[in-house]
Design a protein around this ligand. Structure first.
Ligand SMILES: [Zn+2]
Ligand SMILES: [Zn+2]
Length: 221
């Protein structure tokens, strides 16, 4: 069940995988799956053989770190300690006739607790008070606070690093195949006898064992 947060049930969210899921959260998982499968099944195998182990190790390490940080950030509950000690109960709506703010003088009128500090905020999406509140993350479908801030930072930094590595690999392979295509055209020109400039042949260095060996070039010519 998906929900954009407009009509979320008035129960306290304890972790990011609790229903209803958020559309951005599901989009993020799908993007991660597609990028991972594409990188491991297409980009890495298309690399020259000598570059594959290092890229495979770097991508695997980043993906594992990201998954661990993502799970930790989504599963660690940043709620106030007094709330974490309680079972979730339906959270009432704020009575604006009685209270101007949800938290007044260190007391949350919805959670019914005294907060531990001035940085505590009541999140209306999670229906709970969050200690050292940073923001409500729609990608995690959970709040980020003092308790899960470090794994959240790790989650973001590994996602950025993995996306950058995948982009670099894709651009490098496009350039590699483009230059390979150009060089193949040059070889065909030389082999057809219309040009005899042998310096064209020495420019070829795509890194693969099939066409970079001198035997292959001689056979082709
Ligand atoms: Zn509260
Ligand atoms: Zn929240």
């Amino acid at each position: 069940m998906l929900n954009g947060g407009e009509s979320a049930p008035r129960l306290r969210r304890q972790h990011g995988f609790q229903l209803p899921l958020h559309p951005l959260q599901v989009s993020g998982w799908l993007a991660l799956a597609v990028l991972s499968v594409g990188a491991f099944l297409v980009l890495v195998p298309a690399l020259p053989a000598h570059a594959q182990p290092a890229c495979l190790a770097a991508l695997s390490a980043l993906l594992l770190l990201h998954l661990a940080a993502h799970l930790a950030a989504a599963l660690l509950d940043p709620a106030e300690p007094a709330l974490r000690a309680r079972r979730p109960e339906p959270v009432p709506q704020l009575d604006r006739a009685k209270h101007a703010h949800v938290i007044e003088e260190g007391r949350c009128h919805l959670c019914g607790i005294r907060t531990t500090g001035a940085r505590t905020k009541h999140c209306s999406a999670c229906n709970k008070c969050v200690e050292s509140f940073d923001h409500h993350c729609k990608w995690l479908n959970h709040c980020v606070g003092g308790r899960n801030y470090a794994p959240f930072l790790m989650c973001v930094s590994t996602a950025v690093a993995a996306a950058a590595l995948v982009a670099i690999l894709a651009i490098a392979e496009l350039a590699l195949h483009h230059s390979h295509w150009l060089d193949t055209e040059k070889l065909q020109v030389v082999a057809g006898g219309r040009r005899t400039n042998t310096s064209l042949v020495t420019e070829i260095d795509c890194g693969c064992m099939r066409c970079c060996s001198s035997d292959y070039l001689l056979e082709t010519l």
